[in-house]
Design a binder for this molecule. Structure first.
Ligand code: NI
Length: 297
């Protein structure tokens, strides 16, 4: 009797909890496929086909109305396309000691060599690309995605977004987003504002596009020291959950990478992409600033 009563109470409590958490419970149910998780219920995530979109398809691949060059006719008044959520990862950074390697300002002449080094060591990284570099090295950016890396947006021409008008910010972000989608690549979930310079308007622009502001907790200063030993020493200061800032346009950084990877692994770290560091619910930090796994605000 007693046991049955407790069971009933337990069931009632469970139903109550389910009702209270509402959509959280729905979101936390295991997603069977990436396409299902991309259409997870979210008020900002409903696909909004605009009047200017000539294609009935949800995926803007070839039939993009805008060009790579920032255009004055860009539909800035309509709601921008929203970034899809990434597929689920097998890495659990609540269990593993994760560190994310990130590379900015490419693609450049040394990026393919870096991709070779990463492939040899089976490491996936996150690349924040500058939009104007994409056209000349589209193959490299496609390779990044094809080999399991994550590509984020680092503005069109490395502008300080905090000094631009609302329209200027939109143009810097949207032109790079479009350059990537024109290559058949996904609209990036992550944006790293150049110099880490942001303000409420910049963050609002990212939020409107379903994107996450991605910063860093360890600056290797590779662009300044241009020295393998110094870059390596700074990278090895990483702690659990760190996001490391590096630049794939620096040849010394590419030379430092084998030692950095080996050193971090010796310290027990698992090297992951930023979405892996975020974990299974990136939708909860859209429009926020992420500095590390444990510092998101
Ligand atoms: Ni940069």
């Amino acid at each position: 009797m007693k046991a049955r009563r407790f069971a009933k109470l337990g069931l009632a409590a469970w139903i109550g909890a389910l009702a209270l958490t509402g959509c959280t419970a729905a979101v936390s149910s295991p997603a069977p496929s990436p396409s299902t998780s991309a259409s997870a219920p979210s008020p900002t995530r409903t696909p909004t086909p605009t009047a200017t979109s000539p294609s009935p398809s949800q995926k803007p691949t070839t039939a993009e109305p805008t060009t790579i060059e920032p255009s004055t006719t860009a539909p800035t008044t309509t709601a921008p396309p929203v970034a899809p959520l990434p597929p689920a990862s097998s890495v659990d950074c609540t269990v593993e000691q994760c560190v994310a390697l990130t590379f900015d300002d490419g693609p450049g002449p040394y990026t393919d060599k870096l991709l070779d080094e990463l492939a040899t060591r089976d490491v996936h990284a996150t690349f924040f690309v500058v939009g104007k570099n994409i056209e000349a090295r589209g193959k490299t950016v496609k390779r990044e995605i094809a080999e399991g890396h994550v590509v984020g947006n680092h503005s069109w021409d490395h502008a300080d977004l905090s000094k631009l008008s609302w329209q200027g910010v939109a143009q810097e972000i949207d032109s790079t987003n479009t350059a990537l989608t024109n290559l058949g690549l996904p609209l990036p979930l992550l944006v790293r504002p150049p110099y880490g310079a942001q303000n409420p308007e910049v963050m609002a622009a990212l939020k409107a596009r379903g994107q996450i502001g991605t910063f860093w907790s360890i600056d290797t200063e590779d662009w300044k020291n241009r020295d393998v030993a110094q870059t390596t020493a700074r990278a090895l200061q990483a702690r659990r959950g760190s996001i490391l800032l590096m630049h794939d346009i620096q040849p010394t950084t590419v030379d430092a990478i084998p030692g950095i990877i080996d050193g971090l692994r010796q310290k027990g770290f698992t090297l992951v992409t930023v979405p892996e560091l975020i974990g299974p619910h990136p939708e909860t930090i859209i429009g926020m600033q992420m500095y590390s796994q444990y510092n998101v605000r």
